[in-house]
Design a protein around this ligand. Sequence first.
Ligand SMILES: Nc1nc2c(c(=O)[nH]1)N[C@H]1C(S)=C(S)[C@@H](COP(=O)(O)O)O[C@H]1N2
Ligand SMILES: [Mo]
Length: 391
Amino acid sequence: MAPTTSRRTLLKQFGMAGAALSIADLPGWVLPALAQSETLVPFTDIPATFNPVPNATNRTLDIRKIDGALTPRDQFFAIQHYGQPTDAELSGHKLKVTGLVNKPMSLTVDDLRKMRPTEVVAGFECSGNSPRSMEGLSSNGKWTGVPLKTVLEQAGLKPLAREIVFFGADHGSEEIEWRTQKFTLEQNFGRSLTRERAMAAEPLLAYAMNGEPLTKHQGAPLRLLVPGWYGVSNVKWLNHIHVQDEAFLGRFQARWYRTLRGEMIDGEMMWKETSVAEMHVKSVIARVTFDGKAHKVHGFVLGNGTPVKSVEVKVDEGPWQPATLDPVTAKDKYSWKLFTYNWTGATPGPHTLVSRATDMNGVVQPTAADLETKKSFLEDNSQFPRKLTIA
Ligand SMILES: Nc1nc2c(c(=O)[nH]1)N[C@H]1C(S)=C(S)[C@@H](COP(=O)(O)O)O[C@H]1N2
Ligand SMILES: [Mo]
């Protein structure tokens, strides 16, 4: 079966969407689509309090529902710090380009639609995604838009332009402390990219996902997409690009989205604070199914676009065993990569399953213990051991 064909679509076509399943262990969860003979083996590590509430402003993906490469738009995870902007704030939307440019601009999404479109399949996760959120602050979409570079070239960056700042229509009151002074000021959500990064081929001004206009959750009518980077760079409800010389030090650039970690340099521990940027390679076991004979482990890998060399699965204290990468997503640079592992000879009783990914540069997904010197919780790409019980 082509990995891009949704199993749900197939089930619908054959009128089998209502296959009988035991829902006893899944309070508050929508059931994933399964082939008629398959059952879902419930994880025993999902806290009773964990509930993704699919229609709230914030959304967590139920990763057990992943049944194809693209996350449907009503399931795509959603996070924002100031809530969604109001419809009034979005009406008459324009993208302004101001600052160190030869030609300041004001573009409608229709203006952008008239430019040559690009498509990219790109998955991302919030840098706060971790086992605590059952790794559900992650999704994968096919994005359509105009390369950021095209618009910046039309505006013409002046020689002094070094920092490109992106603002959303959403805003909030920020307390800014400076030594003994405190200010409360209204600010829009803002993130920046260096000139070099902004002028690279990948960043996209996206107006559609999975072939349909963005929904409000995804930042309609326009968002920035920086393939290979953590979610925070993908500014939603984008309405203003400001070009400047100095580094942008707004809250979501310079304060909230930083990671503090210790690094041994020349025999001494150095404490580094870095800005959240490219994703670190991570694999996650998303679901386990049973077809009456064998168990199958399904999962995904996210990363910065470096090809994935291998994914391995370990059962209890056994050896690492190779999993199979889905060949289509594996070749799609910024897509998440799907993998499966055939778990044969599962014995009755409780088990722990864990996966780890290794990229072509030899970077191996760390264990939680390996990340001990990472003090702040963002950018947690640790291996996620999953627990279940075989009947
Ligand atoms: N305008 C705006 N864009 C934003 C945010 C925000 O608060 N406001 N949150 C960011 C964060 S922290 C994440 S993880 C991603 C989530 O994108 P999604 O909601 O499409 O999944 O959006 C980013 N873009
Ligand atoms: Mo995020």
